[in-house]
Design a protein around this ligand. Sequence first.
Ligand code: B4P
Length: 194
Amino acid sequence: MRIILMGPPGAGKGTQAKVVAARLEIPAISTGDIFRANVSEGTPLGLEAKRYMDAGDYVPDEVTNGMVRDRIAESDARNGFLLDGYPRTVAQVAELDSMLESSGHAIDAAVVLTVDEDELVQRLLTRAKIEGRADDTEDVIRKRQNVYNEQTAPLLEVYAGRGLLVEVDGMGEVAEVTDRVFAELDRVRGEAAS
Ligand code: B4P
């Protein structure tokens, strides 16, 4: 399967992506994780990305698109992949469409995790205490929520219009959310097979 996992910061994309992808035996491709790995290795990409991430802004599309294009061309992504946190802008949707078109593939589902705003902020503040991420301070969390609402929330309409949007309640225990994601993916697979 080729799946997009969407949702506001703190919705649990990264958390669910790992479990879902492992069970489906496809790679979870997290743009946030790739950026953070580059930041900690001090690569030129990491230095560029860090400026934006620390401020709660999105990394420019040109940088992000090239990185995803290279990653999904790798052999482990040939039979499917789960994109965690990409696309996040209208321009990224267009770029992903072109990547898929050139390989003759299509997205099976765009899963969006929905979580109350208070719970989102609480999760990120808790993560800040545990992981100390530079973009998990209260000001930057708010900035990221705004950037999501302005730039990424409109993408839900795009995928709904294509009949690919699957909404999953992201509140509750991690395992419960995973079960809900699989219930929806099973339904999508069932519909595709019939
Ligand atoms: P991401 O790494 O994607 O991070 P995120 O949106 O903050 O978090 P996510 O939703 O994955 O939450 P998580 O599972 O960790 O992006 C970081 C930055 O990278 C962006 O701000 C941007 O600058 C840049 N970036 C990434 N992709 C980009 C793109 N395509 N274009 C441009 N820039 C891009 O969960 C959060 C916390 O909640 C964790 O501590 C977790 O343990 C906890 N949690 C998860 N599920 C829970 C549950 N059910 N109950 C309780 N807690 C839960």
